[in-house]
Design a protein around this ligand. Structure first.
Ligand SMILES: Nc1ncnc2c1ncn2[C@@H]1O[C@H](COP(=O)(O)OP(=O)(O)OP(=O)(O)O)[C@@H](O)[C@H]1O
Ligand SMILES: [Zn+2]
Length: 687
């Protein structure tokens, strides 16, 4: 803040468009001094935007008439210095402006409310009724490995320079109970706790478990809240305010919750830390997991990263001693992990007309389980009825006219839908190219699998859960409840059901067609496939009291593949070692650091020309700049997408180069009018 005449100059982080080149906080005039972190409304161009008074000296150019701050949210305590540091770091690291990031991560409703309206919302918070008195929860006695892990986290809570903990626990080993005990200790010490989960659909079950555990110790209204994008804007603001005011003692949320304002934050938990959904895929492409680690380090509080299949980045940190590894090697109650059977598709006698997803032995196994009244899960990571519709006469296929992709056949509503641009049409009754009425689906998605299972196993109660079956509010909850209640015999679904859920009745899991990912050009594809299959298998046999053996089948054409061999032995450690060895010799992350420059244009040439010119602007010899290549789905909605990888052996080196490069790219873009969009993705996940 600088004094100029009667008014003071304040720096305000505000969402100025990137091409304006105004990427730092901007100066405004204020009648009174304003503490950093104060929320304000300020004019920018013709608009009035939400802004945050930012720490640091205003540049103060007295000859320029500064525009005045339009409104001050003095009803709200300012955001903390730690929150501003987090945003400064994240904006710098992911190469965005701090104002853009602040505007993206603050609750959207804040942008619309006047100070008076916000004051009304705050009064409403006070009127929330306290929850009814609840009984003391029953806490299970900890298994020895759990007790050890909890003790280590407690030691970290007491330390003034805690190390991140990697909780490496096999599926069903009771990681959640460790989070609960760690949270209990932090809450008892008067601190707030932040728990991150990868997917919204995992929040209800976890929220229920946390509420059940802490409702007695934290009975005040809004003491436990969730933060994710499926909340209504009003709920999201309410929960965010509760966290900011310190009323919410425990915040449970998806990646955006890493930015929650929590003045007394004392512990962060990142569940399923390996999950790709922690990475934001547009705007500021941040990794919530990585930011959680940064935030914990900055605050000198512990962070617990939990997974049965840690990301190779985190695993490498545990290997090198930067993270403390806490291992839960056994399932609760001594239950065995499911036996994994690699079912060799090549060994099947070729039979014309037999669908390969549901082999006769698989059907027989499902039938046997059905007769024993056990639940089974059939996992196929592809939704829709069939990935493509095909005409045998003229070879027409249901491609998307706007994308380099097929349109997926959805039988339920008889549509052809592009999963990339959303282009949807009714299924034609005959081939649009030659008029042949006999067009047929090729391949299968969950919808078709569901149909075939119901046909092959009459009387079985088959339920499909995927993004299509759960569009409407409440559907997912109802479907999961049916599974938990035992009203379902065979559950069919995508990765949505493979992760996290504590299904107690499932004893058999089949992955019917997982091979595709083995040959992807993305170096992370094997890591993702391994994690997904381990997670899927982990849904079986979670109830140790049942005596029937739990089993997982993987139907594959590549039985000997090292990935499957490691999977069959539940050997994450070995898998990680092989992968890390490969990454080390290929110079890939975590042994190098990457940034991806993406460019989108109407033509490949225009996108490419921009990338080539951008490469010429990078003068550091220590950086390796790869030639531009098309994105895996090169064209989406008639836009060509190209990308270029930049690699450095040192993170700091890459960061230093990006700092100069990004402003230069903003200027470069002005010369490349045909480029529609460009973006830098630091630590990209999908390549
Ligand atoms: N000490 C304990 N005593 C008895 N039951 C326990 C104990 N700890 C956890 N459980 C129960 O064991 C089951 C599995 O625990 P949890 O869901 O935490 O596993 P997880 O390690 O998170 O598994 P996943 O990685 O598959 O999600 C849960 O039903 C939980 O209530
Ligand atoms: Zn499309």
């Amino acid at each position: 803040m600088a004094e100029t005449g009667g008014a003071v100059t304040v720096r305000v982080a505000v969402d100025a468009p990137q091409h304006s080149g105004l990427n730092g906080p901007l100066d405004y005039a204020s009648e009174q001094a304003l503490a950093s972190g104060t929320l304000v409304r300020v004019p920018l161009g013709k608009r009035e935007l939400l802004g945050v008074v930012w720490p640091g000296e205003a540049v103060g150019q007295p000859e320029m008439a500064l525009r005045p701050v339009a409104a001050v949210f003095s009803v709200l305590p300012p955001l903390g210095a730690d929150w501003c540091r987090l945003l400064d770091f994240a904006a710098g690291y992911y190469q965005r402006s701090v104002g853009e990031l602040a505007s993206a991560v603050l609750p959207p409703q804040l942008r619309e409310l006047s100070p008076e309206q916000l004051a009304a919302r705050l009064r409403k918070l006070d009127k929330k009724p306290a929850s009814a008195a609840v009984a003391e929860p029953v806490k299970p006695p900890l298994a020895p490995e759990q007790a050890e892990a909890v003790a280590r986290i407690q030691a970290q809570l007491a330390s003034d320079s805690p190390k991140p903990a990697l909780l490496f626990g096999v599926t069903g080993s009771g990681k959640t109970e460790v989070y609960l005990r760690a949270a209990e200790a932090a809450l008892a010490a008067g601190r707030q706790v932040l728990v991150l989960v990868p997917e919204i659909n995992l929040t209800p079950q976890l929220e229920a478990r946390f509420t059940e555990r802490f409702a007695a110790t934290c009975p005040e209204p809004l003491a436990i809240v969730s933060l994710h994008s499926a909340l209504t804007p009003a709920q999201r603001l309410q929960n965010w305010l509760a966290a900011h005011l310190g009323r919410a003692r425990l915040v449970l949320g998806t990646r955006l919750a890493v930015f929650a304002s929590m003045p007394e934050l004392g512990l962060i938990v990142v569940d399923e830390e390996h999950d790709p959904s922690y990475k934001q895929q547009d705007g500021a492409r941040y990794s919530a997991r990585d930011l959680a680690v940064w935030r914990a380090h900055d605050l000198k509080v512990p962070v617990v990263l939990g997974s049965a299949t840690p990301s190779l980045e985190s695993w490498q940190h545990a290997e090198s001693g930067r993270y403390e590894r806490l291992t839960l090697a056994a399932r609760i109650g001594g239950g065995a992990l499911p036996r994994v059977k690699l079912f060799d598709m090549k060994a099947l006698p070729p039979t014309a007309g037999v669908t390969t997803a549901l082999t006769a032995p698989l059907l027989a196994e499902l039938k046997a389980r059905l007769e024993r009244r056990e639940q089974s899960l059939v996992f196929l990571n592809r939704r829709g009825y069939a990935p493509v519709l095909h005409c045998g006469e003229c070879q027409w296929k249901s491609d998307c006219p706007h994308c380099s992709a097929w349109r997926v056949f959805h039988k339920r509503d008889r549509t052809l839908r592009c999963h990339h641009c959303g282009f949807t049409e009714r299924v034609p009754s005959a081939c649009p190219n030659c008029g042949n009425p006999d067009i047929a689906p090729i391949g299968r998605g969950t919808e078709r699998l569901e149909e075939q299972l119901a046909e092959a196993l009459p009387g079985a109660r088959v339920l499909r859960i995927d993004a299509d079956s759960t569009r409407r509010k409440g559907e997912l909850e109802a479907q999961l409840k049916a599974v938990h209640d035992g009203d379902v015999d065979i559950l069919v679904g995508t990765q949505m059901i493979a992760k996290g859920h504590d299904f107690r009745r499932i004893r058999f899991v089949a992955a019917v067609n997982p091979d595709g990912a083995l040959f992807s050009s993305d170096f992370r594809a094997p890591e993702r496939l391994f994690a997904l299959l381990m997670q899927a298998g982990g849904r079986a046999g979670r109830d140790a009291s049942s005596d029937s053996p739990a089993e997982m089948w993987v139907q594959t054409w590549h039985r000997e593949h090292a990935l499957y061999q490691a999977l069959a032995r539940h050997d994450y450690v070995r898998f990680a070692k092989t992968q890390l060895d490969e990454r080390r010799s290929a110079g890939l992350p975590p042994f190098s650091h990457l940034a991806l420059l993406r460019a989108e244009a109407r033509t490949v040439e225009a996108a490419k020309a921009f990338l080539v010119a951008a490469a010429a602007l990078l003068q550091d010899e220590q950086l390796l700049v790869y030639p531009p290549v098309p994105h895996a789905v090169a064209r989406v909605a008639d836009v060509e997408r190209m990308q270029m990888l930049v690699e450095a052996t040192q993170r700091a080196r890459l960061q230093a180069s990006l700092r100069d490069w990004v402003p230069a790219l903003i200027a470069l873009k002005r010369e490349h009018k045909a480029v529609l969009r460009w973006a830098v993705d630091v630590d990209p996940l999908a390549i």
